[in-house]
Design a protein around this ligand. Sequence first.
Ligand code: ADP
Length: 489
Amino acid sequence: MLKLNFKKINVLRSLKPRIFLIVLIVGLIPCMMMRSAILQNYETRAVSVRISDVQAQLKILTNHLITYRYLQDNSSEVVNAELDQLSNLYNGRVLIINNDLKVVKDTYGISEGKTIISEEVIRSLKGENVSQYDSTNGYIEMTIPIMDTLAPTGDDPVPESILAKGVMLISVSTDNISTTMGILSRQAIVIEVIVAIVVFIAAGFISYALIRPFEKITDALSQVKEGYTNDPISVTDCLETEHIGDAFNKILSRMKVLNDSRQEFVSNVSHELKTPITSIKVLADSLRGQENVPIEVYQEFMEDIATEIDREDKIINDLLALIKMDRTSTDLNISQVDINMLVEFIMRRLRPIAIKRDIELVYESIRPVTAAVDEVKITLVITNLLENAIKYNKKHGWVKVTLDADYQFFTVEVADSGIGIPADSIEHIYERFYRVDKSHSKEIDGTGLGLAITRSAILMHRGSIKAVSEEGEGTTFTVKIPLTYISVT
Ligand code: ADP
């Protein structure tokens, strides 16, 4: 039972039966409403036509009743014949009642001489035409006053003093109206059944036609999911499916790009990690292959081996830093940091390296800056940029750091008088393992990961980094970071 209900709910969750039901209901309900409205309208009209017909005839008859003084003497054959004819014509019964409420004539001959006290009779005695339709028993009962032609008649009540001479009561059968209604109703049902069949087929067709494009796109998506194809999806049956297809194709191509870049990253990592190991192996093998190697050669080779180990260590450390940056920004440890002090501290640490390479370090602070940042990560950013500016510099060169801020951001500018970056390389420098000139970079220590780490750290702070460079002239990196940290979550 429970299972059946679940099944029912699942069936209605699908769009196809829903559309089918909606079309069916929208098609059938107006049809049914129209049938009952037409039948009802016919009935009211037929009954009112019958009432006015009969009333017109009764009016003529009441004049005859007065003329033949029928209320005093009911023996007039002319009137009796007219009354019988009327009774037969409408398949009903006619009663003539005088103003003493006595039945003067009953065409059924049952109630003559009896007294009738009913609301309708009394109202008619006061001059009113009363009619009542009893649809269940199939007749209309009418009472009309028998007035002297001089007295006022009609629907308007008359003063009690001008009472009618009597009342004519007639019950008229409405069998023929019911029969016509029956015929009409049967015809309407036949039409309704035809309409129902047509609507049923139309509902099936419409729901199929509307859902078909979605089924097609589901099939296409499944094909991609199952791995049968990698082709872009295109279901042009309707605009909606076209949009779904386009959106999916975009996701697919983005995934391909991500996958490619991941594969490239993995192969780069293995290559970069292997290079120092290969060098170490070559150095070690050449030592092992020689006999009686002088101690100086040993020392020289051992130094080279140690350098390669340092390089391997640096690559591993940089990789770990990069992986850390790739995590979500919830890993940020935000605090209010005095950026002036931070820059000064980093410059003090790097000054010995700069002096060693005969490079002048200049710091210009436009204004004091305090910002909500992750101190460790921002230290890494400034250190990387400064280290690069020193590394890729020329003899007797300079590096200038400028700190400024507006009401929203602070900017750190690191300018150098170094070798510069070629225009076609500038867009690649943030890629992992990218180094501008591999052969020339070999002399300068580096992993190609520094700027990738730097950029990730800046993006985590919702900041930006920009490089402007002139080959042989120098490079300027500008980092812009919001003063207050805005978390996305
Ligand atoms: P690396 O470890 O090689 O320094 P980075 O990611 O820090 O790696 O930098 C990528 C490349 O960008 C460097 O190899 C270098 O060719 C170039 N580069 C970075 N900074 C500078 C600079 N200040 N001047 C010239 N070239 C630079």
